[in-house]
Design a protein around this ligand. Structure first.
Ligand code: NAP
Length: 467
């Protein structure tokens, strides 16, 4: 039989699982979808319902009985009912003695109740073995067979045998069970589907903050300043020119922010002389979202590249270029070739291309399929050494772009530094601190601390010698 439903083939199923009967309480969306999937994978399915006569709702091939009768048919009962309706189970305590009850429920809000739904169920039917599972899989995914985004099933429970039985079922449905330990971790599993990109929130806020700030800085210096000074209308610059300043600047700052927490952590460890003390919470959070910060930075670098590629076809650019040529013709004067500008322009483009290449390499190695194929040392080499190289190249790209404009007064409108100068502050600070930290005496001290050495703890051998 072709396995189009993601189930593992019947031939590879354990003898005990073949033709096993599983009971599902509740004929709602989830009960039906899970039942449908189980039937496809070779299980016998019996539904327990308040209305056993409404058999038209259930998938073809399944039986529908009252809760009491259905419970007798199987040692595993999946409770596909919302927690708010669990009360009726109290009356079934006797029938549910020794049975494996699978709690699949989710809540509407995180930590909605004092205890997890699974613990609540276990308290309600003390004689049963409660296992939390399947709550991270959607009814739609089960029915449509598109389990790509939600193959992982967190499973927890206090009875190891019961947990293994549920893990076997998950496997035979083509899912990936992950043992999360005892029922105490059910709360975490129940909160999981309610999370909305928790690791992306901080990077997004930082990115949005810098984007808005740099955009308005650009509007102030490129649009408001020429209007106030010369009544010149340059509002059109807000469409491509200013965004094409915002993207590289924010990208460079975010890339530096990926490496800054590592440096702060190293300084804290050097200062404390130990690694056995927790970092402040804000630093922990920052470190945990470095990958997401880097990916947002890469996305902005991409936008910068695309916006830069369209420069030659822009009307505004072509008009200036024509004017440049016309002015030379009018004045019968050919402007001289300035080789140092050629150097600056070529170097700046070359550094940008190389920086972008390593940026992409960093992005690719952060993909799980690629990072799984390299060992820890290789991963660290790419993310740390190549990461710093990328930061160095991108910072150099910006420095060379600035060229000698740093020293010309006309670039400082209303005494404000050009935006690219602002973009260099954090990356340069990060690079300088990194260069200081790799000085051998500091580097060896950090390495020692990270291997477990502590400044204020004398090793026993040292103490023995002194005695
Ligand atoms: P649903 O469509 O509302 O179905 C719930 C079923 O519970 C009903 O069809 C009904 O079945 C039974 N029921 C309702 N009131 C009851 C009561 N007072 N006493 C006893 N049984 C009652 O809900 P669902 O979407 O299938 O969700 C069921 C459970 O699965 C929930 O805990 C949910 O959090 C969880 N879940 C759902 C999904 C999903 O994608 N839908 C995903 C993961 C987990 P009978 O009429 O047959 O008795």
């Amino acid at each position: 039989m072709e396995n189009s439903s993601n189930c593992i083939p019947l031939s590879t199923m354990k003898e005990s699982e073949k033709g096993q009967t599983v009971c599902i309480f509740g004929t709602g969306d989830f009960g039906q979808s899970l039942g449908f999937k189980m039937l496809q994978c070779g299980y016998n399915v019996v539904f327990g319902s308040r209305n056993p006569q409404s058999s038209s709702l259930i998938p073809k091939g399944a039986k529908i009985l009252s809760h009491e009768e259905a419970a007798k048919e199987s040692s595993i009962i999946i409770i596909a009912i919302h927690r708010e309706h669990y009360n009726f189970l109290v009356d079934l305590r006797e029938q549910l003695q020794g049975k494996v009850l699978v709690d699949v429920s989710n809540n509407l809000k995180k930590n909605q109740y004092p205890e997890s739904n699974a613990e609540y169920l276990a308290g309600m039917v003390p004689g049963a073995k409660v296992v939390k599972a399947f709550n991270t899989v959607s009814a739609w995914a089960l029915q449509s067979g598109t389990l790509d985004a939600s193959r992982q099933v967190f499973i927890c429970g206090d009875d190891v045998k019961a947990k293994n039985m549920v893990m076997d079922i998950a496997r035979s449905l083509g899912l990936t069970p992950l043992d999360q330990g005892s029922l105490l971790s059910a709360n975490e599993g129940e909160n999981y589907p309610l999370q909305l990109f928790p690791m992306w929130r901080l990077p997004m806020y930082i990115c949005a903050g810098f984007t808005i700030l740099i955009f308005f800085y650009g509007v102030l210096t490129e649009v408001i300043y020429p209007y106030v000074k010369n009544k010149e209308n340059t509002l059109y610059l807000t469409v491509i020119t200013i965004p094409n300043r915002v993207f590289p600047i924010v990208s460079l700052i975010l890339l530096a922010l990926v490496y800054l927490p590592g440096i702060i952590a190293a300084i804290i460890q050097l200062y404390r002389g130990t690694k056995y003390r927790r970092f402040p919470d804000w630093l922990d959070k920052w470190m945990l979202c470095r990958k997401q910060l880097g990916l947002v930075a890469l996305a902005y670098a991409f936008l910068h590249v695309i916006y830069t590629l369209v420069i030659p076809i822009r009307y505004y650019v072509r008009w200036w270029s024509d004017q440049y040529t016309i002015n030379q013709v009018k004045s019968n004067n050919t402007y001289p070739f300035l080789s140092h500008y050629a150097w600056l322009s070529d170097s700046y483009v070359a550094l940008g291309i190389l920086g972008f290449f390593f940026y992409i390499l960093l992005g690719i190695t952060s993909l799980p399929s690629v990072s799984n194929a390299v060992n820890w040392r290789e991963f660290r080499f790419v993310q740390s050494k190549l990461g710093y190289l990328t930061l160095l190249l991108c910072t150099a790209h910006t420095l060379v772009y600035g060229g000698d404009r740093f020293i010309y007064g006309y670039a400082y409108k209303w005494f404000l530094p050009p935006a690219f100068v602002i973009s260099l502050i954090i990356p340069c600070a990060v690079l300088v601190m990194k260069f200081i930290l790799v000085v051998p005496c500091l580097d060896s001290r950090i390495t020692k601390i990270r291997q477990g050495w502590e400044r204020n703890v004398k090793c026993s051998a040292e103490l023995d010698i002194k005695k």
